[in-house]
Design a protein around this ligand. Structure first.
Ligand code: SF4
Length: 623
């Protein structure tokens, strides 16, 4: 194995594990990080995208054993800076093989580095249900036959008991085992890598869990300077008004802002306001089910909530805003305790709450419109607002039973099978179900969904939370939206390459790009890194992930929105009567391509852009 690389923030190595060789003799090798690539792509999403690009071809499908499951960290992960995250990168089964990066907190983020790796790349398929045990440079495959079928929490608890509590565990639930393409990964019981189906890719490899224990420290270029910088951030937090609200209410506080501007998905995006919002908003959560605050290890702004559900019989962390909207207003349920219960069910089965709520709402609309009947639902009265039906459908989806088997394919495929015009209200982009923001009440949100690399996703740019005095843009038109979306997307890149919690930096510390630059200086020791280099990094990484999707066949006509969003006027809220329309949407998209340097007709990055971003050598075939 290679020597450890002595550069601040990095372990210096990639661990490759091939599960396909005979058990007890899995293929294990390590490779040093490529120093030339490092400064260009940094780590996390950037370096991970580079690995995925070179480890796959369009012929490799998400559930093929050759599709790598990559767990990545960045130079800021596991350092004394609060908010460490890790990313899972793979071809997404939900979008038919497009680029997927899915982030999660949890102690395992730092542990990957402490074990001596920046990335862990898992390829192949185990012969039988297994778990991967990594203890520094000792890598073994264990038998997981008895864990198969168990919930994520049960599997984690069992492994902790067996291996010792110092091991950090990442598991899938029954949904991942059943290859549900929106199944998630779960760690520390309550942290999920939710979107895009990484759990199903892990299930396709017969891998129930990964257990990691490491004993190595992470070098820091300027430990004293970093300590001072932490103090400075803590000071910023004390002064941040929104940070305080976020700690008190968590992301559930978003219910207040989205309701006021009428972008709360309601009954499968048929409306942008929910009359019963007071029963499920952050205040209801706090008053009715809140038990205690909770947060990621070492975070000074613990933004999560422990809540009770099922009349106090269970405790769960959540529900986050996205869960409240997709498994609350979007399915017409007005009971915060039931939403917490759905949250717990999804976590236990290992399902993404966003996609799950979205696809159930779609089925409810099909049912109410008579496109599916009680024969299809096996007698279930699948009307909006029927909380018992939602709970039952979650289990059926995870276990692929009855109608659940169809919905388990995701809303795009379900609408293709049901037909009868249901594609009009199948709320997805590129196969990924839309999250909790109705774009007709904020047109830029539509552009953000259409251009997000992994499909219908809010984590690359969320214009709905941007005050109009920060950017000049037309909320119900074209002006300024493309520039804002690009800026917001680019602002996330250095954080996702780092990898730290973007919510912590943006809301609690009110940090800016220059603060992230300073972190890289102090941790890695890149004294000469500049704001300009960071901006270029952001553009480079965004275009690299676009190049991946272009290689998979994505073109301009894939960057679109569900017909309901494009053509139907919003019936309520401040955006009442507004419709995005093809003309406005296309103007926004063309302007966006222009700003990115992508071909206006195809959406493919131009040669000039590839050159400007120094991407040629990174895209060259390495074989
Ligand atoms: S702000 Fe919240 S999500 Fe981010 S690190 Fe802190 S506790 Fe975790």
């Amino acid at each position: 194995m290679e020597e450890r690389m002595e550069i601040g923030g990095y372990a210096g190595k990639i661990l490759y594990v091939n599960l396909s060789t005979p058990e007890g003799n899995i293929g294990v090798r390590t490779e040093a990080l490529d120093q030339k690539v490092l400064r260009s792509l940094v780590g996390g999403r950037g370096y991970g995208a580079y690995l995925l690009y070179h480890l796959t071809t369009p012929a490799i499908k998400p559930f093929d054993s050759e599709n790598p499951l990559i767990f990545g960290t960045g130079p800021l992960t596991g350092t004394p800076l609060a908010g460490s995250k890790f990313v899972t990168i793979t071809k997404s089964p939900l979008t038919g093989g497009l680029f997927l990066d899915s982030y999660s907190g949890g102690e395992i983020a730092g542990e990957i580095k402490y074990a001596g790796y920046d990335f862990i790349v898992i390829q192949g398929k185990a012969q039988r249900p297994s778990y991967l045990k990594i203890e520094d440079d000792k890598v073994e495959l264990g038998d997981a036959s008895l864990l198969w079928g168990k919930s994520t929490m049960e599997a984690e608890a069992t492994l902790k008991k067996e291996l010792g509590s110092e091991f950090k565990i990442l598991t899938i639930g029954p949904a991942g085992e059943n290859l549900v393409p929106f199944s998630c990964l779960c760690t520390d019981y309550y942290h999920q890598s939710g979107r895009g189906g990484a759990g199903a890719v892990m299930g396709s490899k017969n891998l129930k869990a990964v257990a990691i224990k490491g004993t190595t420290g992470i070098p820091i270029a300027d430990a004293k300077g970093l300590g001072d910088f932490r103090q400075y951030l803590a000071e910023r937090f004390r002064k941040s008004q929104y940070g305080e609200l976020r700690v008190k209410y968590g992301t559930a506080y978003t219910t207040v802002s989205v309701s006021s501007i009428g972008v709360l998905p309601t009954r499968n995006f048929q409306q942008g306001t929910f009359a019963e919002i007071d029963k499920i908003n952050c205040f209801a959560l706090r008053e009715k089910i809140w038990v205690s605050d909770h947060g990621c290890l070492g975070c000074i702004a613990p933004c999560m909530n422990f809540v009770r559900a099922r009349k106090g019989r269970i405790r769960v962390v959540g529900p986050e805003y996205e869960t409240i909207s997709l498994l609350g207003s979007n399915v017409g349920v007005d009971d915060i305790e039931r939403i917490a219960e759905f949250n717990e069910l999804c976590d236990a089965y290992g399902l993404d709450t966003i996609s799950c709520g979205n696809v159930i709402a779609f089925a409810m609309e099909c049912y109410e419109r008579g496109l599916i009947d009680k024969g299809a639902t096996e007698g279930l009265d699948l009307k909006f607002g029927n909380a018992d039906a939602v709970a039952e459908m979650i289990g059926k989806i995870a276990l692929r039973q009855g109608l659940g088997a169809l919905l388990a394919e995701g809303v795009r495929k379900a609408s293709e099978k049901i037909g009868k015009g249901s594609a009009h209200f199948a709320m997805h982009v590129k196969g990924m179900e839309l999250p909790g923001y109705e774009p007709r009440g904020a047109f830029a949100m539509g552009l953000a969904y259409a251009t997000a690399t992994r499909g219908g996703c809010h984590r690359r740019a969320k214009p709905v939370e941007i005050p109009q005095d920060r950017f000049k843009y037309d909320n119900f038109g074209f002006e300024g939206n493309a520039a804002m979306v690009k800026k917001l997307q680019d602002a996330r890149e250095p954080i996702h390459c780092g990898i730290l919690c973007d919510a912590l930096l943006r809301f609690c510390f009110e940090a800016e790009m220059k603060d992230v630059v300073q972190m890289y200086r102090l941790v890695v020791g890149w004294e000469d890194i500049s704001l300009q280099e960071m901006n270029l990094l952001a553009e480079r990484v965004y275009t690299l992930t676009r190049c991946f999707n272009v290689r998979e066949g994505v073109r301009r006509n894939d960057d679109t929105l569900p017909p309901r969003i494009l053509y139907d006027p919003l019936p309520d809220g401040p955006g009442k009567g507004k419709v995005i329309g093809e003309e406005t949407f296309n103007k926004m998209l063309s302007e966006y391509y222009h700003l990115r340097g992508w071909n206006p007709i195809t959406g493919v990055p131009t040669e000039e852009t590839i050159k400007r971003l120094n991407l040629q050598s990174l895209l060259e075939d390495k074989k």
